[in-house]
Design a protein around this ligand. Structure first.
Ligand SMILES: [Ca+2]
Length: 414
């Protein structure tokens, strides 16, 4: 046993040396290409490749040592992994397939009347618990209902890919993109966290249960359950809302709701502070906003600076002058094809929502959708995103100088 462990450690050290030499990363990069016939004229180092099954086995050896889990049981639980080629395809849509971003279109899909109705039903069925969570965490019920609706329509679309197989595919056979190594590493960590989540006692007590947990359905990217948590978030933020001793984000709405609230709270949710504030109207204001809107989801302007720049009228009574905020810019293409941009000021809570999904469209959609459901059920509920304001702050883009909009230079986000 000791000899076996020593051998394993030597093997891991050997692999790390490969990794440092760049060969390991190169083999990550090749993915399924490994299996194809190699050209005999390729340089020697390019032919030193590890197959995906070899990489997976090394990963399992490393995990077994690090987490002190039985290697044999791990291998048994991974023996029938099937590559998820559709997931691989979905993770990186082909270049040129992306339509121009249009908030109106995104918003229309998000605020689908059927989804709104489902949100109202969900709210009424879980009212007591939503109120309790809101009262104990300060995270608004509207936002929890908003996130669950946009993520999976209350559990209707939770994905159909076995999470183990998705993560193995994306960790060891990620598509050929510039960020491939970082992404492979991220999915590698997710797979490691999935194993930890599925062996909560630190042992693989029950191989069937372990494998069922590993192969539970997920999205094509490995997100699980009603709130679509990645395994790392499952480990860090998921809660047992119904206190039955299990965390089950697929079948327990209580667990899902408590987990979302905890996620937002742990990411810095500011109780009783707004999510967004409208910007002032007027040409001068819009020119200033247009100049400083760079798509950065990190708050960097103090409210006092925004007030001085005449972007906002006043600092909300719940906030301090030195609180940081960000400019939310939402590109719009109307039915006549005219392009414009709608602007908002996002506060800390807006940034917290983008931790769930780093997209301004996403954060706006869950907010507006959640509060639409809330105000349909209770007309006194204040909706922070109201249509009048939405329409009043848009600015048409000058036809000839679209490319100088700072928003065009930002990295892919929505
Ligand atoms: Ca539970």
């Amino acid at each position: 046993m000791i000899i076996q462990k020593k051998f394993n450690i030597i093997l891991v050290v050997f692999l790390l040396m490969f990794s440092l030499a760049g060969i390991f990363n190169n083999s990550y990069a090749q993915g399924s290409e490994d299996l194809k016939q190699k050209n005999s004229s390729e340089p020697l180092e390019a032919s030193i490749k590890l197959s995906q099954s070899q990489m997976l086995d090394m990963f399992l050896i490393e995990v077994s040592l690090r987490k002190n889990l039985s290697l044999q049981k791990l291998r048994e639980a991974f023996v029938d992994v099937t590559p998820q080629l559709t997931a691989k395809q979905y993770i990186t849509p082909p270049v040129g397939s992306r339509a121009k971003k249009n908030w109106l279109k995104y918003r229309q899909n998000a605020l689908d009347p059927i989804r709104i109705e489902a949100g109202q039903k969900f709210w009424l069925a879980n009212q007591e618990e939503l109120i309790r969570i809101e009262n104990t965490t300060g995270v608004p019920a509207a936002l929890i209902v908003g996130i669950l609706g946009i993520e999976t329509n209350y559990g209707k679309n939770m994905g159909r890919f076995p999470v183990r197989d998705v993560l193995v595919t994306l960790a060891f056979d990620y598509p050929d993109t510039p960020n491939r190594i970082a992404r492979s590493q991220m999915f590698n960590e997710q797979l490691s966290d999935l194993i930890t989540f599925c062996s909560p006692t630190g042992l693989i007590d029950n191989p069937i249960q372990f494998k069922t947990c590993l192969t539970q359905p997920s999205s094509f990217a490995g997100a699980i359950g009603m709130p679509q948590f990645m395994p790392t978030s499952l480990l860090k933020f998921a809660k047992d809302g119904d206190k039955d001793g299990l965390i089950d984000l697929r079948n327990s709405a209580s667990d899902a709701m408590a987990s979302i609230a905890n996620f937002l709270l742990q990411h810095g949710w500011m109780v009783n502070q707004p999510i967004l504030i409208p910007v002032k109207t007027g040409t001068e204001t819009l020119d200033t906003i247009r100049r400083i809107a760079d798509g950065d989801p990190n708050p960097k302007w103090t409210l006092s600076q925004l007030k001085t720049m005449k972007i906002i009228d006043k600092i909300p009574s719940s906030n301090q002058a030195e609180d940081l905020a960000l400019i939310v810019d939402l590109p719009i293409i109307d039915t006549k094809g005219i392009e414009s941009v709608t602007y908002w000021v996002g506060l800390k809570n807006f940034e917290v929502i983008t931790q769930y999904n780093r997209s301004f469209f996403y954060a706006m959609a869950v907010t507006e959708f959640g509060y639409t459901v809330a105000s349909n059920l209770n007309p006194e509920q204040k909706n922070p995103v109201n249509r009048e304001t939405l329409n009043s702050v848009k600015q048409e883009k000058p036809q000839s100088t679209n490319n100088d909009h700072p928003g065009h230079k930002r990295q892919k986000r929505q």
